[in-house]
Design a protein around this ligand. Structure first.
Ligand code: ATR
Length: 294
């Protein structure tokens, strides 16, 4: 773990509480109504016996720093940060974990005596879902990472830490993929134009925002093979367009629900010093979404 992360876990147990006596946490975003994080953290709290409250906070664009200040003044102990504020959170933090610095974005904040610690648990969330939940060994494998925005950038270092044989970043705008790759030093890391991709990968991770518009990055079908795991960071009641495409070419597919739960578990650890078990939480969330009651 990084020096920054160690600093983050120094004092998860101070005694300031919210109005109800429970320690206050929240997720900040815009939009935020759809967020599953309150349900996930409520289950983590029950399971670990931690007394916390966790709310959704809709933040107006341009209002992130003010919203955090107000939450801290009201006894807030920590927060998750989602679209579109991860860069604002990165800028606001007084101290960054190494993984947040590498990601260039923050999805987890912890407030200790007026100081703001910023961390990023997205990358470890993806890697844990791939390795622990999906049972994929990444060491020595060929990984294709589609996209070069914040979501892609946040997972490069944790994926490289798994020592793949190759991590190829491919993005619609190739210059952005080159910029992201230039931030890391690894012989395994490469950049390729989408249309020039050739041969099957062991793992293909879709970190583009294409699924939001029911679209798929334009890639050769040859990237998918019978032994490929195609992973979309997005999730929903139905398989995404990317998952449908990959399955049509024989790949095994997985959506990003497990990543969501695992990044939350890691944030819980940053705040509370204990990492909850995730399997049952993921199963409950999956059935909620499949049942249309989400
Ligand atoms: P995020 O923080 O979620 O990564 P972002 O920074 O806006 O969001 O990045 C979105 C990513 O999705 C980019 O890699 C973008 O490609 P460009 O850099 O070429 O814009 C990619 N993306 C979005 N829609 C896409 C589509 N329809 N096809 C392919 N790539 C797409």
């Amino acid at each position: 773990m990084s020096a920054g992360s160690q600093e983050l876990s120094e004092s998860p147990g101070s005694n300031r509480t919210g109005p109800s006596g429970a320690h206050r946490y929240a997720v900040f975003g815009n939009p935020i109504a759809h967020s599953r994080s309150p349900a996930i953290h409520a289950q983590f709290a029950a399971q670990t016996g931690q007394s916390i409250s966790y709310e959704k906070l809709f933040v107006p664009l341009g209002g992130f720093a003010a919203a955090v200040a107000e939450f801290m003044a009201g006894g807030g102990r920590g927060a998750n940060v989602t679209v579109p504020f991860k860069l604002d959170a990165y800028a606001l933090a007084n101290h960054l974990s190494m993984r947040a610095a590498a990601a260039g974005a923050v999805n987890t904040l912890r407030f200790d005596d007026g100081r703001i610690f910023g961390d990023n648990t997205d990358g470890i969330g993806l890697v844990t879902d791939l390795t622990a939940n999906a049972g994929v060994v990444l060491r020595g494998k060929r990984i294709l990472l589609l996209g070069a925005g914040g979501a892609a950038q946040g997972v490069v270092l944790p994926l490289l830490d798994q020592q793949p044989a190759q991590l190829v970043i491919a993005n619609r705008t190739q210059s952005k993929a080159k910029e992201v790759a230039a931030r890391f030093t690894s012989d395994a890391l490469g950049v390729c134009a989408l249309e020039a991709l050739d041969g099957a990968f062991d793992v293909v991770v879709n970190a583009t925002a294409a699924s939001l518009e029911n679209a798929v990055p334009v890639i050769p079908a040859s990237v998918f093979g019978a032994d490929t795991l195609a992973y979309d960071m997005m999730y929903g009641p139905e398989p995404t367009a990317f998952m449908r495409l990959a399955a049509g070419h024989g790949a095994t597919v997985r959506d990003g629900l497990g990543m969501l739960v695992e990044q939350a578990a890691e944030a819980f650890l940053v705040w509370r010093g204990v990492r909850p078990a995730t399997a049952e939480v993921l199963a409950v969330l999956r059935s909620t979404i499949a049942g249309g009651t989400a």
